[in-house]
Every structure is written in structure tokens, then in C-alpha cells.
Design a protein around this ligand. Structure first.
Ligand SMILES: CC(C)(COP(=O)(O)OP(=O)(O)OC[C@H]1O[C@@H](n2cnc3c(N)ncnc32)[C@H](O)[C@@H]1OP(=O)(O)O)[C@@H](O)C(=O)NCCC(=O)NCCS
Length: 404
């Protein structure tokens, strides 16, 4: 079986929540051997989050633990550390998402790892990074959304803030973490040495906000307006919704044509296109009136057909439209299925299981689902054997509570 581009790379994974496990899933999908280190005493608040011990349906369908093996290792015991240090010698990457300092207390901080294996790439993905005044503050997605200014871009411009329904800040950190790991592995090819990768979720989101939204503020001292984009979501006859991204004039023109609204609205593009800066323009009041007028005309037209009827019309018209899906519709979407984003594999229990596919499509290799989510500690004996422990040692370690 083609395992993927990271076949031969071993990853030791201390992460449990979202940022880290998603990153190591990406690496595992691409062929890496990911070994999760589980605390037999579940001392971390994170231990229960994905409920490693429960063999419930969610784990069956969950992608966050697939392609990973799990071992128990009590790192507060010297023998647990010895085992970890042995394992590190056979590894390429170590990932954690503890608060700064926890890895040192576990005897697994980068200076220690580097002494054991100078080729190791250690990546800490945390909320605020390893330095700076916030580094010790615990946190979750909304915290980094807030600090980075990302949250200030959502919701009605004069209304309450709205939290996105998914932890987009965590996902951002995941992606930068994976990119950082790949860069360090690439550099290792040239230097023969590993390095430490420090990625903070607040930094990751700030990068996004800074790249797109800082210029208006820095150049003209104007704050980006919350919830303002030159796009809209419309209700259709059947109670469905359709989203349009006009972006450039040609799509507005085609949209006006396809909806059959008055041709005078073709001229309104200039105003609609001003999107997120409208309040700052000298003729803001007039622009707002014209946007409201064209919005009312579009909404009236949209109520004359069902969502799927409009989808056919807009496909023909070549505009940037999408029906707004719920999860069930998304999972059944023919395009996403054709892109292998909805994949089926045979679980060892005999069940056919659907999980999300990997979005990275390489022409020279492929991602795969080789292992289902493990039970906590499922692979302890197998991994210990691989790194040289005898059956007798393994039994003794288990009895002493080091690995079980
Ligand atoms: C998620 C978070 C809030 C949890 O905080 P927490 O419950 O205080 O716990 P931590 O995960 O930092 O540390 C847990 C403890 O378990 C211990 N532990 C973890 N694995 C262990 C093992 N295998 N053996 C022994 N002890 C272990 C750690 O050493 C630590 O103990 P210590 O502080 O006494 O040294 C915190 O880790 C954090 O802010 N992380 C960064 C951001 C993040 O990932 N947020 C979640 C995004 S979805």
C-alpha cells in the first residue's frame, strides 16, 4: 500500500484537544507513524476531552485520532521518562500543545530532546506561544479570536459580537504548525539538524488579520467594519439559502441578468463593491441607500424560486453562487464526494465507517486511513517491543503503573 509522503517519519504526539491532534492527523494521513503518549492517570484536563477510554460511536467516525497508535506512559515516573527518551531516539517529530513549561516538567522540553536526538523537530502549538506576557494564561479558541482582532470582524456592524460556530483560530494554528514542521523537516535535509517550532494560535490569527485588514488601519487609521463584505446570503422560496460572492463586476452583471431584476441595478455595482469600506466614503449615506434598494430587489427575486432551482439557473449563468448546506447535505454533496472528501473505510469491527478525507491531493502519493482511533494505551506493548523491551520488561512496567 502507498503510505504517503511521510512514510518513515515517526511523530510522538502529546496533544489532546484540537490544535495538535488535527495537525498530527494531517501527518498521519500522509503516512507518518504517529504515537500518542497517554497519561495512565489522566492528569491533564485534556485527557478526557476525546474520551480515549470510551469506545463510543463518535470515536468511530472521528478523524482526530485515526492513523495513530496510543501508548500509556507515566512521565512523572523515572522509568516512564527512560522509555520516552528511548522512543525519542527513534523519532523525527515531537508535538505538544501544553502550556509552556509542562514539557520541561515532563522531561521532554526541546533542549532535552535535542541532546537525545539532534535531528528531532519539536513543535509546541499553544494559545499564546512560548514567550510574551500571555504565555502562561490557559485558553481556547475564543480567546485567540479576541486577542487577534479576528472576532471584531464578525457580526452586525453595530450589533453584538458573534462567535464563529467552529474553532477557526485553533484550525489556523494547526495549519501553521504543520507548515512549521514541514519547513523544519525540509531544513533538516540540508543541515542534518532538527529545531524547535513555536506556533501560537494568537499569532497565527494575527497573521491572517494583519495581512488582510491591517493596511486600512495603518495607512488611513480606519478600522475594518464588522460584518461588511460585498456579498450576501439570500432566502429562497422553499426556506433555503443561497450565498453569492460578487467580488468583481462581471459576476454582478451576470447575476442581475439571471435574477431578472431591473437593469438599472447594473449601475449599482460601484456602490455594492465598496463592501467593507462604505462607512468611510464621503457619499456613504447615498451608497447605503442604493445597496439597501438593490438588496431588496434581489431578495424579492430570490423568493420566486427554490434554492435548487436557483442553483441550476446560476450554474448556467456562471456566477459565484453556493446553496447554504447543513451538515447532512454537505456530507452528501456530489462534488465533495468526487474530491474524496467523504471517504469510507472498513473498521476492524467490520463496520463500514465514513470519515472526512484529507484535502491535500498530491500527484505523486496519496493520503490513507490505515488505522482507526485507538483505545487509550492499545499499542503500549507493541511499541515497547519495537524499541527493544522484552515481554517480561513490558509486564513489569505495566505492573509498576509506568505503562498502565
Ligand atoms: C489546554 C489547557 C488549557 C489545559 O490546561 P491544564 O489542564 O492546566 O493542563 P496542561 O495540559 O497544561 O498540563 C496537564 C498536566 O498533565 C501532565 N501530564 C500530561 N501528560 C502526562 C503524562 N503522560 N504523564 C504524566 N503527566 C502528564 C502535565 O505534565 C501537566 O502537569 P504539571 O502542570 O503538573 O506539570 C492548556 O494546556 C493550554 O492552555 N494549552 C495551550 C492551548 C490549547 O491547546 N488550548 C486548547 C485548544 S483546543
Amino acid at each position: 500500500m502507498v503510505k504517503g509522503p511521510l512514510d518513515g517519519i515517526r511523530v510522538i504526539d502529546f496533544s489532546r484537544f484540537m490544535i495538535g491532534p488535527l495537525a498530527t492527523t494531517i501527518l498521519g494521513d500522509m503516512g507518518a507513524d504517529v504515537i500518542m503518549i497517554e497519561d495512565p492517570l489522566s492528569r491533564s484536563a485534556a485527557a478526557g476531552w476525546y474520551n480515549q477510554r470510551a469506545n463510543d460511536k463518535r470515536r468511530l467516525y472521528g478523524a482526530l485520532q485515526r492513523n495513530k497508535r496510543s501508548i500509556f506512559l507515566d512521565l512523572k515516573q523515572p522509568r516512564g521518562r527512560e522509555i520516552l527518551h528511548k522512543l525519542v531516539k527513534s523519532a523525527d517529530v515531537v508535538v505538544d500543545e501544553f502550556r509552556p513549561g509542562a514539557m520541561k516538567r515532563l522531561g521532554a522540553d526541546y533542549p532535552t530532546l535535542k541532546k537525545l536526538n539532534p535531528r528531532i523537530v519539536a513543535c509546541s502549538m499553544s494559545g499564546y506561544g512560548q514567550t510574551g506576557p500571555y504565555r502562561d494564561i490557559p485558553g481556547f479558541d475564543p480567546n485567540w479570536l479576541a486577542v487577534s482582532g479576528f472576532l471584531d470582524l464578525f457580526g452586525a456592524s453595530n450589533g453584538e459580537y458573534v462567535l464563529p460556530g467552529a474553532p477557526v483560530g485553533d484550525y489556523t494554528c494547526t495549519m501553521f504548525g504543520v507548515v512549521g514542521i514541514m519547513m523544519a523537516l525540509y531544513m533538516r535535509e540540508k543541515t542534518g539538524k532538527g529545531q524547535f517550532v513555536d506556533v501560537g494560535a494568537a499569532d497565527a490569527l494575527t497573521y491572517w488579520v494583519g495581512a488582510r485588514h491591517w493596511p486600512l488601519w495603518l495607512a488611513e487609521a480606519k478600522k475594518p467594519l464588522r460584518g461588511k463584505r460585498c456579498t450576501n446570503i439570500w432566502r429562497t422560496k422553499d426556506g433555503g439559502h443561497m450565498v453569492f460572492s460578487f467580488g468583481i463586476k462581471v459576476f454582478w452583471d451576470r447575476f442581475v441578468e439571471a435574477t431578472g431584476i431591473d437593469k438599472k441595478y447594473l449601475e449599482y455595482w460601484e456602490d455594492r463593491g465598496s463592501g467593507e469600506v462604505v462607512d468611510y466614503l464621503p457619499n456613504a449615506a447615498r451608497i447605503k441607500t442604493r445597496i439597501a434598494e438593490s438588496n431588496a430587489a434581489v431578495q424579492k427575486a430570490m423568493l420566486t424560486h427554490t434554492r435548487d432551482e436557483w442553483a441550476r439557473i446560476f450554474k448556467k449563468a456562471d456566477v459565484c453562487f453556493s446553496p447554504v448546506y447543513d451538515l447532512a447535505e454537505s456530507i452528501n454533496d456530489p462534488h465533495l464526494k468526487a474530491r474524496d472528501m467523504v471517504v469510507e473505510f472498513k473498521h476492524p469491527s467490520g463496520k463500514k465507517v465514513i470519515q472526512v478525507g484529507n484535502p491535500i491531493k498530491l500527484s505523486g502519493a496519496s493520503s490513507s486511513i490505515r488505522l482507526p482511533a485507538p483505545k487509550a494505551g492499545e499499542h503500549t506493548a507493541a511499541v515497547l517491543k519495537e524499541i527493544g523491551f522484552s515481554a517480561k520488561d513490558i509486564q513489569a512496567l505495566n505492573k509498576a503503573g509506568v505503562t498502565g
